[in-house]
Design a protein around this ligand. Structure first.
Ligand code: G3H
Ligand code: 13P
Ligand code: ZN
Length: 309
C-alpha cells in the first residue's frame, strides 16, 4: 500500500474496457468517502487536487490526509495535481510528493503549450512523477454549436499526435465537447466521438483523459432543489456517453461536480430536517456517506472499474 503513479493503472486500462476514476478532493470527509468506495469496489484510484483545493485546505493537510487514507484502507492511491497552470505549481507538487501532475497549457498557443509541457515533463520524469497535459479547450455552454467552433476549440487529432511525440507526456486530456461544472449543454448533449476515435487511432498507446465528465444526475439536482437549492438548467454528460468514450481510449475520467452535488444535497437535507442540531459530525457524516455512494456508483456502473485493482 503506497502512493503510486498512474502508469500501471493506465497500462491495464488501455488494454481493457474500463477507466480509472479521478476524483477531486478538498477535505477529510471527501477523501474518506472516495477512498472507502474504492476499497469497497477494489478499484484503482486517482485523487486530484486543484490549485483552489491546495489554497483552501493548505497543501500539507491534503497530502497527509491522503497518506492517512492509505494507512487506513490499504488502497494504493495516485495523488495528482489537477490543472496546474505553470511550471512552478507542478514543481511544488512534485517536491511535495505528488505522484502525478497535470500541466494545463491549453490556453496557450500550440508551440507554447509544447514548451511548458516539455519543461514539466523533464522535471517530473527526473523525479519519477508522471505528467498529464491538455490540448484543445473544453467547451462552455455557449461553445461548440457549429463545426467551425468545434474545429477552433476541440482537440485536432494530428496536433495531438505531434504534441505527444514532442513532449513525451504520459497522458493527454482532450476536448471533445465536455466542460466543467453543472451547466454543460444548453440543448442536446453532444460529444465528438469521431474526433475521439481518430485521436485514439493516431496515438493508441497514449492514455486519454476526459475532463468535465460529471453526469449531474437529475435526482441529485432535484434533491438539492427540494431542500432549498436553486440550480435550474443543470445538465451533465449522460452516463452512456461516458461509457462510450471509455471504449475509445479514455483511461481517466475526471469527476468533481457530481461529488459537490451529492455532498451538498445531503447537508441541505440534514439542515432542513434537523434545524435545531449544530453538531457538524451529524451532517458531515451523512455527506461523507453520500460521496461514498456516488463514487461507488461511478466506479461500478459508469467506469466499469470494480475489481480492476
Ligand atoms: O476542474 C476543476 C475542478 O472541478 C476543480 O475545481 O478549481 O474549484 O477546485 P476548483
Ligand atoms: P466536472 O466539473 O464535470 O466534475 O469535471 C471535473 C474536472 O474535470 C476536474 O478536472
Ligand atoms: Zn478538469
Amino acid at each position: 500500500m503506497a502512493l503510486v503513479t498512474s502508469k500501471e493503472m493506465f497500462a491495464k486500462a488501455l488494454k481493457s474496457d474500463y477507466a480509472v476514476g479521478a476524483f477531486n478532493v478538498n477535505n477529510m470527509e471527501i477523501i474518506q468517502g472516495i477512498v472507502e468506495a474504492a476499497q469497497q469496489e477494489n478499484a484503482p484510484l486517482i485523487l486530484q487536487v486543484s490549485a483552489g483545493a491546495r489554497k483552501y485546505a493548505k497543501p500539507a493537510y491534503l497530502t497527509k490526509l491522503v497518506e492517512a487514507a492509505i494507512i487506513d484502507t490499504g488502497v494504493d492511491i495516485c495523488l495528482h495535481l489537477d490543472h496546474g497552470e505553470d511550471f512552478d505549481i507542478c514543481k511544488k507538487c512534485v517536491d511535495d510528493g505528488f505522484t502525478s501532475v497535470m500541466i494545463d497549457g491549453s490556453k496557450h498557443p500550440f508551440e507554447e503549450n509544447i514548451r511548458i509541457t516539455g519543461e514539466v515533463v523533464e522535471y517530473a520524469h527526473a523525479h519519477g512523477v508522471v505528467v498529464e497535459a491538455e490540448l484543445g479547450k473544453l467547451a462552455g455552454v455557449e461553445d461548440a454549436v457549429n463545426v467551425a467552433a468545434r474545429d477552433a476549440t476541440f482537440t485536432v487529432p494530428e496536433e495531438a499526435a505531434e504534441f505527444v511525440a514532442r513532449t513525451g507526456v504520459d497522458s493527454l486530456a482532450v476536448a471533445i465537447g465536455t466542460s466543467h461544472g453543472a451547466y454543460k449543454f444548453k440543448g442536446e448533449p453532444y460529444l465528438d466521438f469521431e474526433r475521439l476515435k481518430e485521436i485514439n487511432r493516431l496515438i493508441p498507446d497514449t492514455p486519454l483523459v476526459l475532463h468535465g465528465a460529471s453526469t449531474v444526475l437529475p435526482e441529485f439536482v432535484a434533491l438539492c432543489n427540494q431542500y432549498g437549492g436553486d440550480i435550474p438548467g443543470a445538465q451533465g454528460v449522460p452516463e452512456e456517453m461516458i461509457r462510450e468514450a471509455v471504449g475509445h481510449g479514455i483511461c481517466k475520467v475526471n469527476i468533481d461536480t457530481d461529488l459537490r452535488l451529492a455532498m451538498t444535497a445531503e447537508i441541505r437535507r440534514y439542515m432542513v430536517e434537523h434545524p435545531a442540531d449544530f453538531d457538524p459530525r451529524k451532517y458531515l457524516g451523512p455527506a461523507r456517506d453520500a460521496i461514498k455512494g456516488m463514487v461507488a456508483h461511478k466506479i461500478k456502473d459508469v467506469l466499469g472499474a470494480s475489481n480492476k485493482r
